[in-house]
Design a protein around this ligand. Structure first.
Ligand SMILES: [Zn+2]
Length: 276
C-alpha cells in the first residue's frame, strides 16, 4: 500500500512536474513573445519617429498614399540637394535605354538603384521588340539618334505572366495577339523546352530565350543599322531579372556569331569597348 502510494505520488508528482514544465514553458513563451512584441513595438515607434520621411513600401497602398509619398519623395530629394529639381528640369542625358516587361514586380530603376534622368525606358508585356511597333521604334530612334545612349538593355524576368500566356494560349483578347511572337518562339525551341518537365521552369527558360531574341531584334532595326554605318553605336544587352532572388542574370548574346553572320559590324567590340 505504501509502495502503491509512493508510486501513485511519484506518478502524480511526475505528472504535475510535466504540467508545471508545460505551464512554465507557456508562461515563458508568452512573456518571450510579449517581450518580442514590446521591443518590436518600440522599434516600429522609433522607426516611425526617426524615419517617417521614408517612402512607404508598396503594401496596401491606397490612392491618397500615392500623393503623400510624392510629398515625402520631394522632401527627400530636397534634403539631399536643394537644387535637385532645378537640375532635373534642365534636360536629360541618360546612358541607358531599357526595354522591359510592364509587370509591376520589375521596378527597373529601383533594382539597379538608378536615379531620375539615368535610364530611358520603354515597357510592354513580355518585353517585346516588334519591328512594326511605332511606339518602341520612336523610343529607340530618339534614344540612339538624339540622346546617344551607350547601352541598350532588354530586360525580361522569370515568372512572367506574358510568357505563360503565350505558352498556355488561354488568354482571350489582345494580349494573345501581342505575345504571339513568344508563342512562335516556344514552338521554335520546343525540342529543348519539352525536356523540361516543370512548367514554371520551362517558362523561365522561355523568358531567357525571349529576351535574347528581342535583343537581336533591336540589332535588326533600321535604326541600329544606321547607327552601325555612322560608326557610333550602343552596346546591346539581354538581361533576366530573377524575381525569386532579385538578381540580374546576364544572357549570352553570342556576339561573335552575330558578327560572323553580318548582323553586327566587324568593329562592334572595338567601338563599344572604346565608347562605353
Ligand atoms: Zn512579364
Amino acid at each position: 500500500m505504501i509502495i502503491g502510494s509512493i508510486c501513485h505520488s511519484s506518478v502524480f508528482f511526475s505528472v504535475n512536474l510535466a504540467n508545471i514544465k508545460k505551464i512554465s514553458c507557456k508562461i515563458v513563451s508568452f512573456f518571450s513573445l510579449d517581450i518580442i512584441y514590446y521591443f518590436y513595438g518600440l522599434y516600429l515607434f522609433h522607426f516611425k519617429v526617426f524615419f517617417s520621411k521614408t517612402v512607404t513600401p508598396m503594401k496596401n497602398l491606397n490612392f491618397q498614399k500615392l500623393l503623400e509619398n510624392n510629398h515625402l519623395w520631394i522632401q527627400e530629394k530636397l534634403n539631399e540637394d536643394s537644387d535637385y529639381f532645378e537640375k532635373l528640369s534642365k534636360g536629360q542625358s541618360p546612358r541607358y535605354l531599357m526595354i522591359g516587361c510592364s509587370d509591376s514586380r520589375v521596378p527597373i530603376t529601383s533594382l539597379i538603384k538608378a536615379e531620375a534622368g539615368e535610364v530611358f525606358i520603354h515597357r510592354n508585356i513580355a518585353n517585346q521588340v516588334n519591328l512594326n511597333d511605332i511606339n518602341l521604334l520612336s523610343v529607340l530612334e530618339y534614344s540612339v539618334e538624339h540622346l546617344h545612349i551607350k547601352h541598350i538593355v532588354v530586360i525580361g524576368h522569370y515568372n512572367c505572366g506574358g510568357i505563360a500566356a503565350a505558352v498556355d494560349g488561354v488568354n482571350q483578347g489582345l494580349i494573345e495577339n501581342w505575345v504571339s511572337p513568344v508563342n512562335e518562339l516556344y514552338y521554335k525551341h520546343k525540342e529543348e523546352l519539352s525536356l523540361i518537365e516543370d512548367n514554371h521552369t520551362m517558362c523561365d527558360r522561355l523568358s531567357e530565350i525571349n529576351v535574347i531574341e528581342q535583343a537581336i531584334n533591336i540589332i535588326k532595326t533600321p535604326i541600329l543599322k544606321r547607327a552601325f554605318k555612322s560608326g557610333q553605336f550602343p552596346k546591346i544587352h539581354a538581361w533576366i531579372f530573377d524575381i525569386y532572388t532579385g538578381k540580374i542574370v546576364q544572357q549570352d548574346l553570342k556576339e561573335n556569331s552575330l558578327i560572323e553572320n553580318g548582323l553586327l559590324p566587324k568593329n562592334y567590340f572595338e567601338v563599344v569597348n572604346s565608347e562605353n
